[in-house]
Design a protein around this ligand. Structure first.
Ligand code: ADP
Length: 242
């Protein structure tokens, strides 16, 4: 579903992505983990062209994301992206936030889009909040609205960039539960996360990055019990100690 071949990106002399190769099969969940500054966010953002790349190729569901003849709207219609900071429209209700893109971009009729938005919001435990504005919702509720908004476009892939990092601790679980539920439906997903227990539980593979490179890709049992590189061992000893 996602194929990343020989991708590189630099800011001046600083190589933020180097020699990146990764294949994510349909229905699989991959976690991107690693120290701050490793390039995780740059990589996940490059998958739907929120970041440019200078070398290599990224293909999502058969479409070359960074090719100059590719219609980027077509690519993004297949990819749901959930940000750390929710990024909801503050002047729209939860229902409007979730239904606006299907109406404007996909030309779905409003009634149909709103019915679907209601059903998505209910399935995420927000049935009572459809008329609330983002400012009236907790961080965890806002992030679940953001997940519903992404799902409203019927994406083939969901990308999450540190979806729980901006949340108060008591709200982390409700968002992780929503992502866990989505994984169980067979959605293809890539998640940048610092939640090691969560990554271990739901991911098919852990992708460990450091200094712009993918250092290890391994199933969680293997990665957490027997990391192959010194870099990963060092990282794990720090985060697990913490
Ligand atoms: P991570 O998500 O693993 O913490 P990022 O992908 O955010 O890492 O950043 C990778 C590196 O790229 C960091 O060293 C960061 O400072 C650098 N970087 C990111 N965006 C820019 C930018 N717009 N200009 C210069 N450097 C940047």
């Amino acid at each position: 579903m996602i194929s990343i071949v020989n991708v590189a990106k630099s800011y001046g002399k600083h190589k933020v992505l180097q020699d990146i190769h990764l294949e994510v099969p349909k229905g699989h969940v991959y976690a991107l983990i690693g120290p701050s500054g490793a390039g995780k966010s740059t990589l996940i953002r490059a998958i739907n062209a929120l970041e440019s790349i200078q070398q290599g190729e990224i293909v999502v569901d058969g479409l070359q994301v960074h090719h100059k003849t590719t219609d980027i709207n077509k690519v993004r219609a297949n990819i749901g992206f959930v940000f750390q900071s929710f990024n909801l429209y503050p002047h729209l209700t939860a229902l409007e936030n979730v239904s606006i893109a299907p109406v404007k971009v996909k030309k779905v009729n409003r009634e149909e889009a709103e019915a679907k938005a209601k059903s998505l919001l209910s399935s995420l435990g927000l049935g009572e909040k459809i008329s609330s504005y983002p400012g009236q919702l907790s961080g965890g509720q806002q992030q679940r609205v953001a997940i519903a908004r992404a799902l409203a476009m019927d994406p083939k892939v969901m990308l999450f960039d540190e979806p729980t990092s901006a949340l108060d601790p008591e709200m982390v679980k409700e968002v992780l539960d929503a992502i866990r539920h989505l994984a169980a439906t067979g959605m293809t997903m890539v998640v940048v996360t610092h939640e090691m227990g969560f990554a271990k539980e739901i991911c098919n593979n852990i992708v460990f990055m450091a200094e712009g490179k993918i250092v290890e890709v391994a199933p969680p049992d293997q990665f957490f019990s027997n990391p192959q590189s010194d870099r990963a061992r060092d990282f794990l000893s720090k985060v697990l100690e913490h």
